[in-house]
Design a protein around this ligand. Structure first.
Ligand SMILES: [Zn+2]
Length: 395
């Protein structure tokens, strides 16, 4: 089949139903003019750059097209020595913690944000990359390997990028690792939240009214998390665990959560009935299959949960790893009224640890509004909102 018929098939899917596939039309035109080499492993971020469309939206579109059976998704495991794709799987279930590169004759460990790439291929019933092309590719790779010239693309969709797309988690809910395997992640930001005094909430409102409030609270949390490129990993009772690729997005989501709850309480005339405690930490972790869902495991997760435990209602508490992240420093500049450092002991984790609390309680009590959105940069505002809060007062 030709690229023309592939493009027509994708066009039919894009047009069918009322689902909004914004870069769809541009993708259809691209597919029609694509060469074998372009379709062999579609690099979504690179194509988005070529088409001048938002790369997150194009990645979402391609994920939808997998669901619609027009594309197939490849988990490509690059050799950490030579960068050649040493293993490629259609499903995460087939992934293993380490792989073997036949070219280098070495075993290497996989890391979701380093050597794991997600690419797309048209479904074989719509378009088939020719055998001659594939043989040629193998020959080229072996030659490049000898010259040590194989490279991972400069921009590419990493395994972590793909797993941080809420739509992927939604559509491929059952796509998880095999029970025995785990995949390393160099850095991910973990958020935990909890409601302050939820038992009292049930006591005061009765089960069904309190349950309604708790559901509303989940909706608010999920929206704030996803709007800031985070995914909800799971809920545990009234708590939520979420992950972000970048700590700055985690902090932005946490700020949005507190502002959303200030607004919620005001609208519902609740006088701070729902106060949320938020904790954030970032570090290395491993991804595992827990109860048939993708989950994170390890000390970074434990730390994030313990840090959340030290937060009061209406507060965000962040770890040193989050506070010292350069993008976070930028994000917080001028936005935080009060950043205080505390040394705390965290249950089950040895030593004392510096944590920083961003306190919004006074702002919430006053009725957020005016001061909740100071202009970025923080210059020309009152002293309490200056970056000094980050530097001097925090130390
Ligand atoms: Zn190799």
């Amino acid at each position: 089949m030709s690229t023309k018929s592939l493009a027509r098939a994708v066009e039919r899917i894009v047009k069918a139903g009322d689902r909004e596939l914004y870069p769809g039309a541009k993708l259809v035109a691209w597919l029609e003019g694509a060469k074998e080499a372009d379709l062999y492993r579609i690099n979504t971020f690179k194509v988005a750059e070529e088409l001048g469309v938002d790369r997150a939206r194009l990645l979402e579109t391609c994920i939808r097209l997998v669901d619609d059976k027009a594309f197939e998704l490849n988990w490509d495991f690059h050799c950490t020595e030579c960068n050649a794709v040493a293993g490629s799987h259609r499903h995460l279930q087939e992934a293993t913690a380490s792989d073997h590169c036949p070219l280098c004759n070495v075993d290497f460990r996989n890391q979701l944000d380093r050597n794991v790439e997600v690419t797309f291929t048209p479904s074989p019933n719509l378009y088939q990359v020719g055998k001659r092309f594939l043989d040629e590719q193998t020959r080229i790779i072996v030659a490049l390997h000898k010259e040590k010239k194989i490279r991972l693309p400069e921009i590419y969709v990493s395994g972590l990028d793909c797993l941080q797309v809420p739509l992927f988690r939604q559509i491929f809910e059952t796509e998880t690792l095999s029970l025995r395997e785990s995949l390393r992640i160099g850095q991910v930001c973990i958020m935990f939240t909890d409601i302050k005094g939820s038992t009292a909430l049930y006591d005061r409102f009765g089960d069904s009214a309190a349950y309604g409030l708790v559901r509303d609270h989940f909706d608010l949390l999920f929206r704030s998390i996803e709007e800031h490129d985070g995914v909800v990993v799971k809920t545990i009772g009234d708590s939520v665990m979420a992950s972000f690729k970048r700590p700055a997005d985690g902090v932005a989501a946490a700020l949005a959560i507190q502002e959303a709850f200030a607004e919620f309480n005001r609208r519902e005339n609740l006088r701070n009935e729902i106060l949320v405690k938020v904790g954030l930490h970032a570090g290395s972790t491993i991804m595992v299959n827990l109860n048939n869902r993708l989950d994170y495991f390890g000390q970074t997760v434990n730390m994030a949960a313990r840090i959340q435990n030290t937060a009061e209602g209406g507060e965000v508490v962040i770890s040193e790893a989050i506070r010292s992240d350069q993008d976070v420093v930028e994000r917080l500049r001028g936005r935080v009224a009060n950043l205080t450092k505390r040394l705390v002991e965290l249950k089950g984790i040895s030593g004392s640890h510096a944590v920083y609390r961003l306190n919004f309680a006074d702002r919430i009590a006053r009725g957020a509004g005016e001061q909740a959105h100071p202009a970025p940069g923080g210059r020309g505002q009152d002293a309490s909102a200056r970056p000094a809060a980050l530097g001097e007062r925090a130390r």
